[in-house]
Design a protein around this ligand. Structure first.
Ligand SMILES: [Zn+2]
Length: 267
């Protein structure tokens, strides 16, 4: 059976609901710490914004509030999609990459950040942000905060900086697997949990057995699809990309070429 479809996403949400978990937006988790079992569904919309809308609609039908982070690039920043996701009652945040856009120039980066934050605040009173990993760049977007306070920008949360992943279990769908972290360049956290999953079905089984942690943040990108064609295309692309990344680590020529192609795609 194909995994990482909207159907498997629904099975995951329903398993949490049956086990008594509450869904909270990240903003809510930061402002009103609640008792009991809580999951934050976080979506970094790197691309395929229309897929994000499909996930948002499904969550809405299931009574789930989630958090969506948008980038400024055209593959993510689609006004109709953002407006509709806000209308469905979800939280919107900024998936920032300004230090990379400014090629490491901190002053320029913070100016861009302010401009982009103001842009997304036209749609929603944004209070949380998440960094984009920018795996092909040498700059780490998080370093924007090494000499600044988020609070000065009216922000209350950035998952990588505000959460203690020894207390909140963190799971991400990188590479169409829940244990694909080896392909992530920066989206890596130090976990206090000794749990490993590969398929969504394994996660569901763990929830049903009552062995899943009480607090979790789940990062699901927008690659979940019921479309047969899109599913196979995205899986092929992921397989190809991950292998090129692994080769690029050892071979500088392949690395440079890959970096150029990635830049071209996001132009
Ligand atoms: Zn990202």
């Amino acid at each position: 059976m194909r995994d990482f479809t909207l159907k498997s996403y629904q099975s995951l949400i329903e398993a949490f609901q049956k086990a008594g978990y509450q869904f909270r937006s990240f903003e809510e988790m930061m402002t009103a710490p609640s008792e009991g079992k809580v999951v934050v569904m976080r979506h970094d919309v790197d691309e395929l914004a229309w897929n994000a809308l499909k996930m948002a609609q499904l969550e809405h039908e299931l009574g789930v509030k989630a958090t969506y982070y948008f980038r400024v690039v055209k593959q993510s920043n689609v006004p109709e999609v953002i407006e509709e996701i806000v209308r469905l009652g979800h939280e919107i945040g900024y998936h920032y990459e300004d230090l990379v856009l400014a090629e490491g120039n901190e002053q320029k980066a913070i100016e861009l950040f302010e401009e982009h934050l103001a842009y997304f605040r036209q749609y929603y009173p944004v209070r949380t942000i998440s960094m984009h990993g920018s795996s092909s760049s040498k700059f780490d977007n998080r370093l924007l905060w090494q000499n600044r306070q988020m609070a000065d920008y009216g922000l209350i949360g950035e998952p990588y900086l505000s959460l203690d992943f020894h207390k909140v279990f963190y799971m991400t769908d990188t590479g169409f697997a829940w244990d694909g972290g080896k392909y992530a360049a920066r989206d890596v956290v130090e976990s206090g949990f000794d749990l490993k999953f590969h398929t969504t079905q394994q996660v569901v089984a763990c929830i049903q057995q009552g062995n899943y942690p009480d607090r979790a943040m789940i990062l699901a990108h927008t690659l979940w699809t019921d479309s047969w064609f899109q599913w196979y295309w995205l899986h092929f692309r992921e397989f190809f990309r991950n292998n090129v990344k692994l080769i690029a680590k050892k071979n500088r020529f392949v690395g440079d070429l890959y970096g150029k192609l990635v830049k071209l795609y996001w132009k």
